[in-house]
Unconditional design. Sequence first.
Length: 168
Amino acid sequence: MPTREVRDWARILKKEWSARARSPRSRFYIASHPGWSEEESWTRQAAIDASFVLTGLDADALRTMAVLEIGCGNGRLIDQVASRVASYSGFDICAPYVAEARETHRALDQVRVHEGDGARVPDPLRDRRYDLIFAAAVFIHCPYPVIRSYLEDGLALLAPGGRFRFQV
């Protein structure tokens, strides 16, 4: 169970990211690369970022993997990752981003996206062990207690021999 400190930070982060999602620059907060507001550039950068996350993983092995993304935002990397794996699960603390990710990817049977509380993996996503867990450009926005909580929670859900990839 997350500590009070983690829950307090999670409430702050949830409020801040919900405000960002309502901004006309919503996508900038997800991926602040040059061309963030242009669809072609957005898609190209998502492919680059997904490739970075999947670096060194065998394509045949990927097709059998259950993958969890911490901080999936509006689903920017879902197309690039879900098309290569057995199942994709993702969550984010920002309800508007989660709604967008669900709507955009509703036709993909192997994809599920949930809203998290900002402190731990949501209960519906705790139903399996994951071969790959990743957080791409998420922890750079989080205070240490939240990062630690996600790392501990993720490690508990990692399959034997699984990989946990993240940036700090």
